[in-house]
Design a binder for this molecule. Structure first.
Ligand SMILES: C[S@@+](CC[C@H](N)C(=O)[O-])C[C@H]1O[C@@H](n2cnc3c(N)ncnc32)[C@H](O)[C@@H]1O
Length: 487
């Protein structure tokens, strides 16, 4: 039997209730097959398991963690801690690896994967949380010992003790490229981003070092949860009152959730509301409010609709306006998610390639929320920044251009196409739009007008005509949108 340890206090002073019993696998030493007598912390074991799945089989931390928490009945403060440790470690991986390599005196590629996962988790606690050194080191050593035995546990102990001798700033000062030689590289390291992504942000921000620093810092922090109140079903005011949140600054449907699991809220469970970044809400709303020539015949299209967040908001707006939305998605699985989330709204889902959908042209309004690198929502996808490569972008740009060209074939003359990405990368945004406009003769409308609500202008949008939102300026994901009209 495993020994039950009493509830104890973490360094931050908060009381932490130990979950009732660790799972069987956690009580068993997997290398020796022996049952060991020392219990390991289920919260950290869960974080470790997610980090391992991310490393070994490209799992998505934000999909796997909630599932494991449910299965292991980890709730409340323990769930919050597991989330902080898992996502925080995944986000900071690059900088943690550099520090681990320096402390271990060897490249992380030469450290066994399962040991490296725990070292990352331990280093994160030491450098980026208020958890005391003793707890951070001993829980990590326990995790390794329970699986791999005494030798690797001793190595982990030595490396983490060495890391604990300095704080993060001192490590960064030692290991980051110097500001004088490589300002972007220094900031990228400091705020845990690959250098190429920091360079993309720098370019998209017009070469401002101050803006870059703010953008990277915002991306390196825990993201807020935004809810969408689906119009016609519930108002943002009602949703704010029920959830205890505040109404959003920009979107008339947005509520900022102060904490807790959105899945516990009745309006979410009943489909009256959903979880959706405020920037995405503005994009969906822009499709409805964009000016078109002539009457709106009520034929609307979402050409890349899965998993359906924007289609649900557009479907709700279509219902109010007496329009119908066709939603196209290439993946059957994602098409099913659209069907679920659009429920009773006037939405028809098609599984098809948007480049050759077979749909009848003549749409009044089209949303092309193109598949993209996702560099604008890195704070919500903890491991994504370390997975993406510049080559991904090159491939995506070709698809984005083809899809936008197809959207312009499907819209009627005088109708509007909203092109959006959850990326600020100029190659995926302004360059795609410029190339397709030049090729097709489409003209750009001033999209800035489409995101101002009741005369409240969104600041920091520059000269237009496109809109680029940023976490550090607007509190949203870095959504891009452009409005194109076919001549
Ligand atoms: C950025 S996501 C759209 C997100 C969606 N608008 C939402 O708010 O939930 C892009 C979607 O396009 C789909 N997709 C990729 N290539 C496609 C293609 N050739 N035709 C149609 N859909 C495609 C992807 O499967 C993905 O679901």
């Amino acid at each position: 039997m495993s020994e039950q340890r009493p509830a104890h206090r973490r360094s931050g002073g908060e009381r932490v209730n130990r979950p009732s019993r660790p799972g069987r696998a956690e009580r068993r030493g997997t290398t020796s097959g022996m049952v060991r007598d020392k219990a390991i912390d289920p919260v950290r074991a869960t974080a470790r398991d997610v980090l391992r799945a991310v490393r070994e089989r490209d799992a998505y931390a934000n999909l796997l963690l909630p599932k494991l928490l449910r299965e292991r009945r980890i709730t409340g403060r323990d769930a919050a801690l597991a989330t902080e440790l898992t996502y925080g470690t995944a986000r900071a991986q690059g900088v943690l690896d550099a520090i681990i390599a320096a402390a271990a005196g060897r490249a992380v590629a030469d450290i066994d994967g399962p040991v490296l996962d725990v070292l990352r988790l331990g280093a994160y606690q030491l450098l980026r949380t208020r958890i005391g050194s003793h707890a951070a080191v001993s829980t990590s050593v326990d995790l390794i010992r329970s699986e791999a035995g005494q030798g690797p546990a001793g190595f982990c102990n030595a490396v983490l003790r060495k890391i604990s001798q300095r704080d993060e700033d001192l490590w960064i000062d030692e290991l980051a490229p110097s500001m004088a030689d490589d300002l972007i590289g220094n900031m990228a390291f400091r705020y845990a981003h690959p250098r190429w992504i920091a360079q993309v942000f720098f370019d998209a921000l017009g070469g401002s070092a101050g803006q870059l620093q703010a953008a990277l810092a915002a991306d390196d922090a825990r993201p807020p949860v935004h809810l969408v109140a689906r119009p016609g079903l519930i108002s943002a005011e009602e949703l704010a009152a029920i959830s205890g949140g505040d109404e959003g600054r920009w979107s008339p449907y947005c509520v900022y959730l102060p904490g807790g699991d959105p899945g516990d809220l009745e309006p979410i469970r009943e489909g009256l509301a959903g979880v959706q970044d405020e920037g995405s809400q503005l994009v969906a709303r822009a499709v409805e409010v964009a000016p078109i020539d002539g009457d709106d015949g009520g034929r609307w299209l979402d050409l890349c609709a899965g998993p359906g967040g924007k289609a649900a908001l557009l479907g709700a707006l279509a219902d109010i306006d007496g329009a119908r939305l066709d939603a196209v998605e290439v993946s059957e699985h994602r098409a099913e998610l659209i069907r679920k989330v659009t429920g009773d709204f006037p939405v028809t889902v098609y599984v098809a390639d948007g480049r050759d959908s077979g749909l009848e042209p003549g749409y009044d309004r089209i949303l092309l929320d193109a598949p993209c690198s996702g560099l604008g929502s890195l704070r919500r996808r903890p491991e994504a920044r370390w997975r993406r490569t510049p080559a991904d972008v090159t491939e995506l740009v070709v698809l984005q251009r083809e899809l936008l060209t197809a959207a312009l074939r499907l819209v009627r003359p005088g109708g509007v196409v909203i092109y959006s990405t959850c990326s600020p990368h100029p190659a995926e945004t302004t360059e795609v739009v410029a190339a397709v406009c030049a090729q097709t003769g489409a003209e750009q409308l001033d999209a800035r007008a489409l995101v101002s609500v009741d005369g409240r202008e969104v600041p920091g949008l520059g000269d237009g005509p496109h809109v680029q939102l940023w976490p550090h300026l607007h509190g949203t994901d870095a959504m891009f949108l452009a409005a194109l009209r076919r001549g």
